[in-house]
Design a protein around this ligand. Structure first.
Ligand SMILES: Nc1nc2c(c(=O)[nH]1)N[C@H]1C(S)=C(S)[C@@H](COP(=O)(O)OP(=O)(O)OC[C@H]3O[C@@H](n4cnc5c(=O)[nH]c(N)nc54)[C@H](O)[C@@H]3O)O[C@H]1N2
Ligand SMILES: Nc1nc2c(c(=O)[nH]1)N[C@H]1C(S)=C(S)[C@@H](COP(=O)(O)OP(=O)(O)OC[C@H]3O[C@@H](n4cnc5c(=O)[nH]c(N)nc54)[C@H](O)[C@@H]3O)O[C@H]1N2
Ligand code: SF4
Ligand SMILES: [Mo]
Length: 722
């Protein structure tokens, strides 16, 4: 029997069962995948019988398809028996060993929340309530509207804790616009892929395929990653495998070669780079031989990569969300990478690193941040002094509106935060998780909205509210470039409610029915869609193909010459100097190193001779999710593994699947070992987000002084057979 026959037979037997259940005729429905928390999400076309989703497939006309394994598992997750279906109130003290909850009504849940919000505002002021969204990006716009209307300045999210924002800060300080680089175009001659593995983590999944197509066209690839990733093995003409955390030294080494051999774009550099002389003087101290000693990358490879990149204009860049920022020199490491395309003049030219010419009006940043007007971000200017991160991270506070949340342990201890309202977050993703758990147990009030009861988080909150899943919600709609798509939800399970609805309902009960659309989710979407003269009904009428809002002008390049890089319309970049800043004036003002200086990572020792690289993405799971709730995926990824080079495994007597102890000065866990050349000698790779072996207990609460990012990818460790 061939595969097609098997699936058809299986399909028809499922349909027979459904007919026996008396389900309605099958019709098509549309939603987006929330599996890896990327936005815009991949498009799902599903089939429904009445309110029951029966099967899913890629959405043919949607720009981000096909789907990966996680998308298919969202169907299994939807009908999982352990889903949270009702609001739950704690009946034992927070953090007690016997957490118990009772089912309550939504009315009671909202009464409790509003009681605490009013009480805390009166007694401590509104800023003592922290509003937060984890990696799920969908709730963010509605939660901001709630936080800023209530009057708290303290809104943060996962991106502003440990994900994309340190890189974004580096981009804003250096270029004046956010970018993770571009996919290669017909013009691109060489691509620099630094600290990202899109073959596993790409957004959408197919972005790696576009790199593969470019390779076929003859584009050259330099991939910088300590690990032999599928991205490196399939694409790289030159693969540089640096010691984790030494990014700034490697980039300085490449710049050293480019300046020394005069391969840089002199006209661009002189006109458009602030601090060029200082940068040249600084990288002079990084000749390839020295760089080899620091980074483990052979001097010849540093030279070859520098030449390949600088001599093949135009060159593109692709960086990751966090591969180069999970260390104590996060911001300046990332700034150093960004200067490579800059000194070659590859900025805002076809095939290089571009700023979009016509983003959707009213959506200046990424979707994940939400449209500023809907989020009510105009209220922030008057509240800036109340940001809790202002003192510790002033450059961050100047450039990013979300609060850097890693110090929440201290803020709770000092009584500055009394309550926490969180949507879709997991405490295991913080370093020294137990300190966050203990701090949360001491709050006056904490609330979480989620799909499942997650003990490592929800054991420490007062209320757990059940969220509707991707098939069950209308908001938010999605956009790609200037294309907009809506969805057609089924009725939520049990009493689950959409994240947006929960935020709107709380706003209504706080006394603002108009601002919160009387709790009507569609009306709230229409407020945003109104920016382009659309309503949700228009999206329904154009369900399959979406609606493309016409661009006001064709794509333009070198916009720094025409005044289209800056809000004031003057030529130049949106930085204090008006140029790309090798020497950051913002960092200088706040007393930080203003050049992208190299800082030696934490030293290894005889006791802790290896470097612990945590959280490199694997295809079948995302962070702490998809474990018990998705048995299909659990079959593909049963447990956390420790990747160790055979040359490190053998002397320790470690064989395949042996249980090993992984230890740092901060804690230890037991995991299964997988000797593999995917990691270089001297480095071990461990997955994060596993309750049975939470690697974040091994990471200290030390932070990059500029971005506040934790060292998830540089801590010295030891590994021994258990
Ligand atoms: N050691 C180490 N730690 C890391 C990292 C690393 O590389 N190494 N990576 C960091 C990064 S980049 C990230 S993004 C974070 C992830 O940080 P988190 O987002 O806090 O982590 P998740 O484990 O994905 O937890 C998300 C929770 O939200 C729930 N959820 C999912 N979708 C929705 C939704 O739409 N609505 C609601 N209400 N709930 C939802 C899930 O059930 C889950 O319980 O981890 C960080 N921590
Ligand atoms: N399947 C899947 N997809 C995901 C996620 C998931 O959990 N699973 N998570 C989503 C999220 S929240 C995020 S933030 C993105 C992350 O997406 P990416 O940023 O692409 O993350 P990774 O795929 O882990 O790739 C990061 C790479 O950086 C390398 N690296 C570590 N330290 C260094 C260093 O010092 N220098 C250099 N050059 N490289 C280094 C690691 O070896 C790793 O291969 O993925 C998203 N997509
Ligand atoms: S890459 Fe996979 S998990 Fe991520 S949105 Fe697309 S289908 Fe979903
Ligand atoms: Mo992330």
């Amino acid at each position: 029997m061939n595969f097609k026959d098997a699936s058809e037979e299986q399909g028809s037997s499922i349909r027979k069962e459904e007919d026996a259940l008396g389900l309605e005729e099958e019709t098509a429905g549309y939603t987006f995948c929330d599996g890896c928390n990327e936005v815009p999400f991949c498009g799902i076309k599903f089939y429904r019988r009445g309110e029951v989703v029966t099967r899913i497939e890629p959405w043919p006309d949607y720009p981000a398809s096909p789907l990966c394994s996680k998308a298919y598992a969202t169907l299994q997750r939807l009908y999982h028996p352990d889903r949270l279906k009702y609001p739950m109130k704690r009946t034992t003290p927070k953090g007690s060993p016997d957490p118990a909850f009772e089912r309550i009504s939504w009315d009671e849940a909202y009464d409790i929340i509003v009681h605490h919000l009013k009480r805390i505002k009166e007694r401590y002021g509104p800023h003592a309530v922290f509003f937060y969204v984890g990696d799920p990006k969908e709730p963010r716009a509605a939660v901001q509207r709630l936080a800023f209307t209530y009057g708290s300045r303290n809104y943060g999210n996962e991106s502003s804790t440990a994900c994309r924002r340190a890189a974004q800060l580096a981009e804003l300080l250096t270029y004046g616009f956010p970018t993770t680089g571009d996919l290669p175009t017909e013009q691109t001659k060489v691509m620099l892929i630094w600290g990202t593995n899109p073959a596993y983590s790409g957004q959408p999944f197919m972005c790696h395929w576009q790199f593969a197509d470019a390779k076929e066209r003859g584009v050259k690839f330099i991939v910088v990653d300590p690990r032999k990733t599928p991205t490196a093995t399939t694409l790289a003409d030159i693969h540089l495998q640096p010691r984790p955390g030494t990014t700034a030294a490697l980039a300085a080494g490449m710049m050293h070669v480019i300046f020394k051999e005069e391969l840089h774009n002199k006209a661009f550099c002189e006109k458009w780079i602030h601090g060029l002389d200082e940068l040249k003087a600084y990288v002079k101290g990084f000749p390839p031989n020295r760089v080899e000693g620091i980074t483990w990358v052979p001097a010849k490879k540093v030279i070859d990569a520098a030449r390949l990149y600088a001599c093949n204009a135009p060159g593109g860049l692709k960086t990751g969300a966090q591969g180069t920022t999970h260390d104590l020199n996060a911001t300046n490491n990332h700034r150093a990478i960004l200067l490579l395309p800059a000194i070659c003049g590859y900025i805002d030219i076809p095939g290089g690193v571009t700023k979009p010419t016509s983003p959707l009006e009213g959506m200046p940043g990424f979707w994940a941040e939400g449209p500023p007007s809907f989020c009510m971000r105009d209220k922030l200017a008057a509240m800036e002094a109340e940001r809790l991160d202002l003192e510790a991270f002033p450059a961050w506070a100047e450039k990013l509106f979300e609060v850097q949340t890693n110090h929440i342990v201290e803020w709770i201890g000092e009584g500055k935060v009394k309550a926490f309202l969180g949507w879709g977050f997991n405490m295991m993703i913080w370093p020294q998780t137990h300190e966050y758990q203990q701090a949360f147990a001491g709050l006056d009030f904490a609330m979480a909205v989620d799909y499942f009861y997650r003990p490592r988080t929800h054991d420490f909150v007062d209320l757990v509210l059940p969220a509707a899943m991707n098939f069950e919600r209308l908001a938010p709609f999605a956009y790609h470039g200037r294309m907009i798509f809506g969805r057609t939800p089924v009725k939520p399970a049990g009493e689950c409610r959409e994240d947006w609805k929960i935020a709107l309902d709380i706003g209504v009960r706080l006394g603002h029915p108009e601002i919160f659309f009387n709790g009507d989710v569609e009306a709230s979407c229409n407020e945003i869609l109104g920016m382009w003269g659309l309503t949700y009904d228009d999206l329904r009428k154009n369900q399959e193909k979406g609606i493309t809002v016409p661009a006001p002008c064709p794509d333009a390049f070198k916009k720094y010459e025409t005044g289209r890089m800056r809000p004031d319309g003057k030529p130049g970049f949106d930085t204090p100097s008006g140029k790309i800043e090798a020497l950051s004036m913002v960092l200088q003002k706040h007393g930080y190193p203003a050049l992208p200086e190299y800082k030696e990572p934490m030293p290894t020792s005889d006791e802790y001779p290896l470097i612990l690289l945590t959280g490199a993405r694997v295809p079948y799971i995302t962070h702490s999710k998809w474990r018990e709730d998705s048995p299909w995926l659990l079959e593909l990824q049963r447990e956390p593994l420790l990747m160790i080079n055979p040359r490190d495994a053998e002397p320790r007597g470690i064989g395949r699947w042996d249980i090993v102890i992984l230890k740092t000065p901060h804690g230890e866990i037991k995991v299964k070992a997988k000797p593999t050349i995917m990691v270089p000698k001297g480095v071990v790779g461990v997955m994060h987000g596993w309750a049975k072996a939470n690697v974040n207990e091994l990471i200290p609460r030390q932070f990059d002084p500029i971005s506040g990012f934790p060292p998830f990818k540089e801590v010295p460790c030891a590994v021994m057979k258990a």
